[in-house]
Write a protein that binds this ligand. Structure first.
Ligand code: 13P
Ligand code: ZN
Length: 271
């Protein structure tokens, strides 16, 4: 069941160690079946204007975690720690229609909404899940690598053959911006035009996917690749990685096209 799966996802994110205190948030654009699981939804307040309107999401309803909630608590107090946000037909405002009891949507709501708007268009409507979390090894990479998208992806894809198959859409490296700001929302949705994940410098990761399992798996795979790198460094330093032609061959064997501009000698296209 959709909502049970959502609650299990919040538990799993906490169990992975990705969600200290109130770290991380989630939003899911609901289809008709998922919406039907909330028969008692009703208007719970006035329209709240959005500083950055999302006209392409007009009329949609999203399940969103609450600002300040601890992900490990969501399954214990779902009506407090998450809720449904219904967007006005023009996408210029939202109102709570279920949950958010004594709370409000995540402080990253603008980044979630703008990202959904881009990924909806880029995926032809398939992508519905945006997941934000703070995985320690990916964040640590920001402190040792050059701030460079190509270097980040080559490093991670080169660590394990499953990396390119689990996140062929790659990860954009986003220079530091203030959490919860209009600026981080704008830069994130711009990066989602090309990539299916965005690494917020020193902060965490934003991922977009069609299903909850896929979003979770993409972040798990990226974090695993970063941990392999960390382990190799601890063992004396990286001396060999999967070469670009092997990475391309793995992707081709699965009929996947890695995001363009990362591998040498490839002709891919954006995620
Ligand atoms: P929220 O508690 O508002 O969702 O914020 C958590 C977070 O990770 C901010 O980037
Ligand atoms: Zn965060």
């Amino acid at each position: 069941m959709f909502f049970d799966d959502f609650l299990r996802l919040t538990d799993d994110m906490a169990r992975e160690g990705w969600a200290e205190a109130n770290a991380g948030n989630l939003s899911i654009r609901l289809d008709g079946d998922a919406l039907a699981q909330f028969p008692d939804r009703q208007c719970r307040g006035p329209w709240i204007p959005l500083a950055q309107p999302v006209p392409d999401l007009g009329g949609e309803t999203l399940l969103v975690t609450a600002k300040g909630c601890q992900l490990r608590n969501v399954s214990h107090a779902p009506r407090r720690d998450c809720g449904l946000a219904e967007l006005r037909a023009d996408g210029g405002a939202y109102r709570p229609v279920w949950g958010f009891e004594g709370t409000a949507p995540t402080s990253e709501l603008a980044a979630h909404l703008l990202s959904h708007q881009v990924r909806l268009r880029r995926s032809g409507g398939a992508e519905r899940v945006i997941l934000h979390t703070h995985p320690v090894t990916l964040i640590a990479l920001c402190h040792v690598l050059e701030p460079d998208t190509r270097q980040l992806n080559r490093l991670l894809w080169g660590m394990h053959p499953e990396a390119v198959s689990l996140f062929p859409g790659g990860i954009a490296y986003l220079p530091f911006a203030i959490p919860g700001s209009a600026e981080i929302a704008r830069a994130t949705c711009e990066a989602f035009e090309t990539y299916s994940m965005v690494l917020w410098e020193y902060h965490g990761i934003f991922a977009s996917a069609d299903t909850m399992d896929r979003a979770f798996g993409m972040v798990q795979a990226a974090e695993k690749a970063a941990r392999i790198y960390q382990t190799a460094c601890a063992l004396g330093g990286v001396r060999r990685v999967l070469p670009d032609d092997a990475i391309a061959a793995v992707a081709a064997s699965l009929r996947l096209t890695p995001v363009a501009g990362i591998l040498d000698g490839e002709g891919g296209h954006g995620a």
